[in-house]
Design a protein around this ligand. Structure first.
Ligand code: SAM
Length: 225
């Protein structure tokens, strides 16, 4: 993996909670955060006594490397957010500046926790579609802003393989958003849902509380039956 190719842009615990409609009972479960990158979900949930492991290919880098890439990406993404402002709902996050502050704060929490979290085995370098965890090791797997978002870069087959793998390691899988980078519903979604249905999984679309990118109102929930 090349550092220049990663785009670290991490969300906060509060955003994950809303994105995945996480109840207090969910937060007490054993959780896998898949493609967590520099999100602060792991750091914040761990400090509240939660049980979470994050995987991401970018965890092959050390904290200095990730920090310097985070700073570069911040300078690239913020002007893009100004340009694409009308694609978002500016309510719970009122301005682009506030968004920047939320993201910086989340990524600072991640960086501050990274060395310790790696020692504790909470940040593990790994990539979908192949994970080394045991069958049903987790109660819940969460995948925020990777599957479906990168529909152009990640093939339909890789989406299906990744979801089957997530269902192998977790009793329940939640994925958000279901829109691709162009803001349109992922072209893979209906094929992925049909394939998983045929394989005998329970598959549903569930409305979420989180309102930010226009049209990103639902998560995919997949369970083994
Ligand atoms: C846009 S970031 C989302 C970060 C975090 N989940 C969030 O919502 O704030 C996408 C993440 O997916 C990770 N990623 C890329 N390829 C992956 C793969 N094959 N398996 C798992 N994660 C991957 C990237 O390294 C990056 O950290």
């Amino acid at each position: 993996m090349i550092l220049k190719n990663i785009v670290p842009w991490g969300r906060s615990f509060k955003e994950y909670k809303e994105i995945f409609s996480l109840s207090e009972s969910d937060l007490g479960k054993s959780i896998l955060g898949c493609g967590d990158g520099p999100a602060s979900f792991n750091s914040e949930l761990t400090s509240q006594g939660g049980n979470v492991i994050s995987i991401d290919p970018s965890y092959c880098f050390n904290s200095q490397q990730l920090q310097s890439r985070i700073s570069e990406v911040y300078d690239e993404v913020m002007p893009q957010m100004h340009t694409n402002k009308d694609k978002y709902i500016w309510e719970s996050i009122p301005t682009v500046e506030e968004l920047g502050a939320i993201r910086v704060s989340a990524m600072e929490k991640f960086i501050a926790d990274y060395v310790q979290g790696k020692k504790e085995g909470r940040y593990i370098e790994a990539s979908l579609p192949n994970l080394t965890f045991s069958d049903k090791q987790f109660d819940l797997a969460l995948c925020s802003h990777y599957l479906f978002l990168y529909s152009e870069q990640v093939s339909l087959n890789e989406h299906i393989k990744s979801l089957i793998e997530l269902c192998r390691v977790a009793k329940e899988v939640r994925v958000y958003p279901l829109l691709a980078l162009n803001g349109e519903l992922s072209p893979h979604l209906s094929n992925v849902m049909s394939e998983l249905n045929e394989l005998g999984f329970s598959v549903s679309l569930v409305n979420v509380e989180y309102q930010f990118q226009k049209g990103a109102t639902q998560m995919l929930v997949v369970k083994s039956v």
